[in-house]
Design a protein around this ligand. Sequence first.
Ligand SMILES: Nc1ncnc2c1ncn2[C@@H]1O[C@H](COP(=O)(O)OP(=O)(O)O)[C@@H](O)[C@H]1O
Ligand SMILES: [Mg+2]
Length: 349
Amino acid sequence: MKICIIFGGISTEHEVSIASGTSVIRNLDKKKYEILPIYIDKEGQWYKYTKPIDKIENLSMGEKPKELEKIKNIVDILKDSDVIFPVLHGIGGEDGSIQGLFKLINKPYIGCGILASSVGMDKIYTKIMFEKANLNQAKYEYIKKVGKDYIYIDKNFNEEKSTLEEICRRIEENIEYPMFIKPSNSGSSVGINKAKKIEELKKYIEYASEFDKKILIEQGIIGKEVECAVLGNDDVIASCVGEIIPADEFYSFDAKYKKSNSRTLIPAQIPNEISEEIRKTAIKAFKTIDGRGLSRVDFFIENGTNKIYINEINTLPGFTQISMYPKLFEAVGITYEKLLDKLIELSIN
Ligand SMILES: Nc1ncnc2c1ncn2[C@@H]1O[C@H](COP(=O)(O)OP(=O)(O)O)[C@@H](O)[C@H]1O
Ligand SMILES: [Mg+2]
């Protein structure tokens, strides 16, 4: 079976995707699969990898592959493979756009389809869907920046033009500090900040608007941060629950990729009933966005109340050997290699 592994990509998660892609290549059973590595550079140019596969397997985290050949016609190459695995994170790879290309050429591919990918990538639309499914989540406000104007959007999608000052007052009436300010389309914590007072709220809204015109403001939840992996199409299974212990005040970009003292704890040290509730909710969240194949669903457990809050769903989670997604399944007996076999089988089904 010929499997096309696409990695790199135009998003801020380019380097992480190289690490994920090379891990996947390293762990695929070479007796079962012929591997066709495809690299997308940061400018969006596609390349074929021409040299023996073992060279690519030894790239270090984020190291760009060499021995590349520019691709003139990607469609012909994709058509020639049996299955495609877009090991791409963020915009252009996790948001439904590349999935649209695979669908048009009628090729099986690993992971969520167009709808689930784009809903999962957009934090505001994820919230709207989770609300519909009655999943407990942090209170939020939705605003837009269009040109120099700020627009407040109410729960019925009515828009009201306003000043930044007025918008912040209105947000303060509905949610308490600390608040998290996020560009609706982002990943790896890029553009995300925590505000403890109005001056910061204003500053971080302006900052978030540099990444996306849609901005989400959320009530900060004080507690543990935990994650659960799901796998399947119609019959979906959940892994155990893992905990993140960030090396920063929150799980910021630096805490994720620069500070080596961010830690994970698998399984999370939480009561069994809470872990079961999280696993059930993870599957429900996956079904709510019409997920397929795989996702990692992230939660908070509030200090004091032990109440669970869903945070987000990642339809193409980090896939390096030390990433949470494969590690959570490894902890319940599904090795990285078996996980890949299963994902390929699910994509063909
Ligand atoms: N409502 C919240 N309460 C507490 N912490 C939050 C909240 N929202 C986000 N965070 C912190 O910010 C990090 C990044 O936010 P997240 O929504 O997961 O964005 P990304 O898609 O970039 O991972 C989270 O991992 C968490 O540490
Ligand atoms: Mg996150």
